[in-house]
Design a protein around this ligand. Sequence first.
Ligand SMILES: [Mg+2]
Ligand SMILES: [Zn+2]
Length: 192
Amino acid sequence: MLIILDRDGVINQYDGSYICSPDEWHPIPGSIEAVARLCHAGHRIAIATNQSGIGRGYYDVDTLDAMHDKLEGLVEAAGGCIDLITYCPHHPDDYCRCRKPRIGLLEQIRTHYRLDSLNGAIMVGDSRKDLEAGVSAGCDVALVRTGNGLDTERHLAERPIPRVQVPVFDNLRSFADALLASEGWQKQIESV
Ligand SMILES: [Mg+2]
Ligand SMILES: [Zn+2]
């Protein structure tokens, strides 16, 4: 399965302030191992992240690359692999096509894998805009309670995304636990 992850608040800790250097980039406990376990089970991992801090002039692309080198190095040390990191560098006022909840980043990912659609892929995020982008692009979606997730869960209860039931997990580790457990269950059924 193709699993598309938001970055801030899903893989790394995020309290609403911009992360402007690799030293400020800290993984959420268990998230790196969760990515590695998903890879080990045969899943593909891509990232779609809004990085308007570039458009706002808080940090540059080289610094973002250095943050992503840190992220990828940790995942590889844990035995996993991130296929692709897509990011939107634009300021919200640019009205680009890639800033989530728009689907440009997910289209980049679809093109990378030469897929006709993202049906069957899953987008995991901590913010409503992640879920809306995922739904618009044809993905299944899941919410984690890390980062903005608790606020997002509360707002979704008040204003659901039409016709979408969003599964909620405490963090990326519990998402991976649930996905891998359900697959183990399916394999058991198939082998009967
Ligand atoms: Mg986020
Ligand atoms: Zn953009």
